[in-house]
Design a protein around this ligand. Structure first.
Ligand SMILES: *Cc1c(COP(=O)(O)O)cnc(C)c1O
Length: 429
């Protein structure tokens, strides 16, 4: 029988020889960048295992609970594992937290009272937070309850405007929200070291100000998380990095005990905080997902580096550059037109294990102002730690590529995006 080689499998999936030779030329140049990603993953794998061992995780912790979920030792142990993993005093990790936006709303609404001021020193927050805060008027927004909001823009070079921040921190400033990942903005994401400097500065301006980090997409991309750099609270989604692709739903808040306790009351009811909440049988996948998260993030980072290298070579503007340090799993690629965004997303979709036959089209979406295109064929709906690409249809027509539970799936996604771009006449190889 004829000996098969790797590229035969890609040809079967519809990848042309042009794309194969283009990508085969790029891959060997990425080895040093991949080696850095491997080292971070190895470190974080040990960090997660240590947190599980310290808390004596065992089979009784995987037992489902229903109803009030009182005395749920699996839930309570999971929260101690998260707290230890992120070097925090306490954690709230629940399937009842619907998504990242919900987790952020919990942390904000539990810790801001009428008359308090919220400050974002890193420019506009993630789109869905505009309604949470009330920047776009919305029922039940923080502003409706009398919480004020201020924002200090980043400097033109993406740095922090320390003078502006000092001037904006006042008597009413109660909580400072720092978004680690760029989200749908063309700006750099912040490293934990940069976030640490910003937090230190804010605490210098006002000693007791609460510093919260929107940690979405950042977990396990570095050896430290913002709780190691002075953050009082970190917040994220379980269908992103820390769920490892297995957690079916949920969100987390980790940090100082008194602040996390308040989130428990906000999630449930005053007087009935973290001690209630059934786990509904979801815990095995949340534990196992956390266990897998460091290597899943490793795959996603390799995919992002590969995507950056390919599109940078074709002349597109990418953030971050392929060889730049990574502090989240997002890769933005400015494709410059609606049609190019559509072609790219068709490629990501066509590479998926689920819903590969679907054609992604732009549409309005709850919480977002512009039309959004999303490509994803995920086992968990909306899971963006699984390979996905999305973006608002507005200039500069940047697509945000992220995720990939395995490096080989991420690689196929990038190759398929190149194939569809080639077929649509958007690139020439
Ligand atoms: C994903 C994300 C959120 C929350 O989004 P959900 O879709 O509600 O989970 C918030 N901030 C950033 C930076 C994000 O990437």
């Amino acid at each position: 029988m004829e000996r098969l080689e790797r590229n035969d499998a890609y040809r079967t999936l519809g990848i042309s020889d042009k794309v194969l030779s283009f990508t085969d030329e790029i891959l060997p140049t990425l080895s040093a960048a991949f080696a850095r990603v491997d080292e971070v993953a190895e470190f974080n794998q040990a960090r997660v295992i240590a947190a599980m061992q310290k808390n004596g995780v065992n089979a009784t912790h995987f037992i489902p609970t229903t109803g009030y979920g009182t005395n749920d030792s699996g839930r309570d142990t999971l929260e101690r594992v998260y707290a230890d993993c992120f070097h925090a005093e306490s954690a709230l990790v629940r399937p009842q937290i619907t998504c990242g936006t919900h987790a952020l709303y919990l942390a904000l609404s539990a810790n801001l009272l009428p008359g308090d001021e919220l400050l974002s020193p890193v420019g506009a927050p993630y789109d869905t937070l505009e309604e949470v805060i009330g920047i776009r008027p919305s029922p039940v927004s923080l502003m409706e309850y009398g919480v004020r909001y201020r924002q200090v823009e980043l400097l033109p070079d993406g740095g922090f405007d320390y003078e502006g921040i000092r001037a904006a921190i006042g008597e009413r400033t109660k909580l400072i929200t720092i978004q680690r990942s760029k989200g749908y903005a063309v700006r750099p994401s912040f490293s934990v070291a940069q976030i640490g400097e910003l937090i230190a500065f804010c605490k210098q301006c006002k000693k007791d100000v609460i510093c919260m980090v929107d940690n979405c997409y950042g977990e396990f991309t570095e050896m430290r998380d913002p709780t190691d750099a002075g953050a009082d609270l970190i917040v994220g989604s379980l269908i992103k990095n820390p769920g490892g692709g297995l957690a079916a739903t949920g969100g987390y808040v980790c940090g100082r005990r008194e602040l996390v306790e308040r989130c428990g009351y906000r999630l449930n009811a005053p007087g009935m905080g973290r001690e209630v909440g059934a786990n509904l049988g979801l815990l095995p996948s949340v534990y196992q997902g956390l266990f897998l998260a460091p290597t899943v993030v490793q795959s996603a980072l390799k995919g992002a580096i590969f995507a950056a290298a390919c599109y940078q070579k074709l002349g597109f503007s990418v953030v971050p550059a392929w060889d730049a340090p990574r502090c989240d799993i997002i890769q933005s690629i400015e494709l410059g037109s609606r049609d190019a965004m559509l072609a790219f997303c068709r490629g990501i979709q066509a590479a998926a294990p689920v819903d590969s036959y679907v054609t992604p089209i732009p549409s309005p979406m709850a919480g977002y102002e512009s039309e959004i295109i999303m490509a994803a064929g995920a086992f968990n709906q909306g899971s963006s730690i699984e390979l996905s690409a999305d973006g608002p249809i507005r200039p500069p027509y940047a697509v945000y590529y992220q995720g990939g539970l395995t490096w080989y799936h991420a690689k196929l996604g990038v190759m398929m995006s190149l194939q569809k771009m080639l077929e649509a006449g958007e690139i020439d190889l």
